[in-house]
Design a protein around this ligand. Structure first.
Ligand code: SF4
Length: 349
C-alpha cells in the first residue's frame, strides 16, 4: 500500500545570527541543524507519534510538512507527489489534504474572529466556495460535541477544552486525509485530556484520517498511536510499533523516557532512571552518539563513533545505539560494535 505521506531524509536548518553579525564575528556557518535526515511514512487511517523533549525537532517537522518552514533538503511526498516540485497554486490541493492543530488551544485561535469565522476560514484561505457556510460551521460544531450557538462565541469565551474542540473542528473543515496534532492535550485538565483523545479517536474511526501526533506525553502515545518515533537533537533514535517500544525499548534514551512516565497504576513499582545533565545545545552537538553525555551505558566508542541505525530481525523496529538494550533486561546487548564500523574523527557518517 502506498503511503499517504512519505518524508525522506528531511533536513531543516535555522539561522543563529544575521549575515552582518556572522561577517563581524567571522562565523562561517551561522546555522544549526534542527532536523537531521529524518525519514518516515504514514498510511491512511494510521496514527504515528513523534516523541521527544522540547527542542528535539518534532514541531519543526510538522511545520515543514505543512509548508510553514522550508527544508534545506529531503523529500515530502503526498500520495507519491513530491511537494517541492509543485508551484504555489499546484501545491494547494495537496496541502489542504493536511490540517494542523496547533499546540496552544486558545492562543492558536485568532481572538478577533467568532467561532463561525474560525471554522469557515479554511474555505476562504483555499478559495473554496460553500453554499451554506453557517450550516457548515454548525455541522462541524456538532461533530466535536459542541452546541450550534457556540458559533457566535469568541475564543476568550471558551474553556481550554472547548477551544481544543473548536481547533479539531477547524482542522476537519476541509475533510483532510491527515491531521497533525501538536501536543493535543497540552494545557488541559487530565479529565478533559481524556475527552479530547476519545473525541479524536472516534473521529478517526468515523472519518478514516491519519493522525501525526507530536507530544512528550507518553500516556497520549500509548492511548492513541500505532507507531512511534523517538527524537533526540533532531534525529530519530528509535522507531517502531508503539506496543513493541513500550514493551521492549532498545535505545537507552527511550528506556529513560518510559521509566520517567507517570504510571497510572498507583500500586505499580516505579523503576526511575535519572538522565544525567541537560539536553545538549544544537550549537554544540556531542561527537559520536549524541546521547553519550547522558547515557548510563556509554562506553569509549560511543563518544567517537556515530551509531548507524540497526533493525530488529523482522525489520519492524529500528534504533541507533552501539549497545541496544536486551529483551527483558536492564543491561545492553554487546552486539553491534562490529557492525558500527569506523567513521570520521568527529564520529559523523
Ligand atoms: Fe548509550 Fe552508547 Fe547507545 Fe549512545 S551508542 S545510546 S552512548 S550505549
Amino acid at each position: 500500500m502506498s503511503a499517504l505521506l512519505r518524508v525522506e531524509d528531511l533536513r531543516v536548518c535555522f539561522r543563529t545570527m544575521g549575515p552582518l553579525k556572522a561577517l563581524v564575528t567571522g562565523t562561517k556557518a551561522p546555522f544549526i541543524d534542527a532536523v537531521c535526515g529524518v525519514s518516515f511514512e504514514i498510511h491512511k487511517g494510521e496514527t504515528l507519534a513523534l516523541v521527544g523533549e522540547s527542542g528535539s525537532g518534532k514541531s519543526t517537522i510538522a511545520r515543514t510538512i505543512i509548508g510553514l518552514q522550508r527544508a534545506v533538503s529531503g523529500s515530502i511526498r503526498i500520495d507519491g507527489q513530491e511537494i517541492e516540485e509543485l508551484s504555489g497554486a499546484e501545491r494547494k490541493p495537496y496541502l489542504r489534504r493536511m490540517a494542523m492543530m496547533f499546540q496552544d488551544p486558545i492562543g492558536s485561535l485568532s481572538p478577533r474572529l467568532t467561532v463561525r469565522s474560525l471554522l469557515t476560514e479554511p474555505f476562504r484561505i483555499h478559495g473554496l466556495k460553500h453554499p451554506d457556510l453557517g450550516g457548515e460551521a454548525e455541522r462541524l460544531l456538532r461533530m466535536v460535541g459542541l452546541p450550534a450557538d457556540f458559533a457566535r462565541r469568541y475564543p476568550h469565551q471558551l474553556s481550554g477544552g472547548q477551544a481544543r474542540r473548536v481547533g479539531i473542528a477547524r482542522a476537519l473543515a476541509l475533510n483532510p486525509d491527515l491531521i497533525i496534532a501538536d501536543e493535543p492535550t497540552a494545557g488541559l485538565d487530565v479529565s478533559v485530556q481524556g475527552e479530547v483523545l476519545n473525541l479524536l479517536a472516534r473521529l478517526q474511526d468515523e472519518l478514516g484520517m491519519a493522525i501525526l501526533i507530536i507530544t512528550h506525553n507518553l500516556n497520549v502515545v500509548r492511548h492513541m498511536t500505532d507507531r512511534m518515533a523517538i527524537m533526540y537533537l533532531g534525529r530519530f533514535i528509535e522507531v517502531g510499533s508503539t506496543e513493541r517500544i513500550f514493551d521492549q525499548p532498545r535505545h537507552p534514551y527511550t528506556e529513560a523516557l518510559l521509566a520517567a512516565n507517570p504510571e497510572p497504576d498507583p500500586d505499580a513499582v516505579l523503576n526511575r532512571i535519572e538522565l544525567k545533565g541537560e539536553v545538549p545545545s544544537l550549537m554544540r552537538r556531542p561527537s559520536g552518539c549524541e546521547f553519550h553525555t547522558r547515557c548510563r551505558y556509554a562506553q569509549d566508542i560511543c563518544s567517537r563513533v556515530f551509531p548507524e541505525p540497526s533493525a530488529s530481525e523482522d525489520a519492524e523496529h529500528s534504533f541507533r545505539c552501539h549497545f541496544p538494550l536486551g529483551r527483558g533486561s536492564d543491561r545492553p546487548l554487546e552486539t553491534t560494535l562490529s557492525s558500527a564500523g569506523p567513521k570520521s574523527d568527529d564520529g559523523q557518517s
